[in-house]
Every structure is written in C-alpha cells, then in structure tokens.
Design a protein. Structure first.
Length: 136
C-alpha cells in the first residue's frame, strides 16, 4: 500500500472514533417515564412539588438532598441528589435534572435551576407608567 492510502485510512478511523465518542457523550431530554425505560443518563425538566417536604439535614449527611418533582408531562418522582441543597431552591420556577433512575428514584448528578426574575410584570408596568407621567 502507498503511504498516502495508509494516512487516509488512519484519518478516517480517527474521524469515526471522534463521531462515536461525541454521540455517546450527548444526552437527551425526556421525562420520568423515559428515564424508567432507559438506563442511560437523561435530562428531565420540571417543577418542584412544593406540597411535599424537602429532605435535607446537613447535621446528619450534608451530601444527601431529596425532593419530589413533577416533570413537564405531569409525572412525579422522588429525586435524590448527592450534594448540598442549592441556595434558593424553593424559589426556583423550573428545574433541569441530569441523571438516571435507580429503582423508583431519580438520582441526579446535576441540578440546574431557573430562578424567578426579581422584576414582576406589575412592577414593569408601573415603572413604564411612571416614566410616561414624568415625561409629560
């Protein structure tokens, strides 16, 4: 074989390995039902169920935080996070979890929160109304 053919085959093999590793590392979005069906890591988007209690006792175990979350399809599941409770967790509007199901619990490896804006619609309208009044 010519050297150029060998180099071409090596470059193609490296490209295939890069594509396969990129595909294996990418995770998908789903809900708790999807997480039960698959054993791979998944992103689940939902809201905290504020009617149920949060379990976090740092004196006993600072790296155990559990709560209940409803996904966007209405399914509810207990979530266990092996880490500290994020600050202002109760105030979050939306939660994105990365993790997988272990038994009947979703074990999250990452928690991302969408916190509420410090400005509400009423406050913005009042500010705009005052600005118009001042300019008159």
């Amino acid at each position: 074989m010519k050297k150029s053919s060998i180099v071409g085959i090596v470059i193609i093999a490296i490209a295939i390995c890069v594509i396969i590793s990129t595909y294996a590392d990418s995770s998908t979005y789903g809900n708790f039902t999807d997480a039960r069906d698959t054993q791979s890591e998944l992103h689940v988007v939902g809201q905290l169920n504020k009617e149920k209690e949060l379990f976090y006792k740092p004196q006993q175990d600072a790296n155990y935080f559990a709560f209940y979350m409803k996904d966007n399809k209405g399914g509810e599941c207990k979530v266990v996070f092996n880490g500290t409770k994020p600050q202002d967790f109760e105030r979050s509007e939306q939660i994105v979890l990365t993790g997988k199901m272990v038994g009947n619990e979703f074990h999250a490896s990452k928690i991302l929160m969408k916190c509420p804006s410090k400005y509400t619609k009423d406050q913005i309208e009042v500010t705009e109304a005052n600005a118009v009044t001042v300019k008159s």
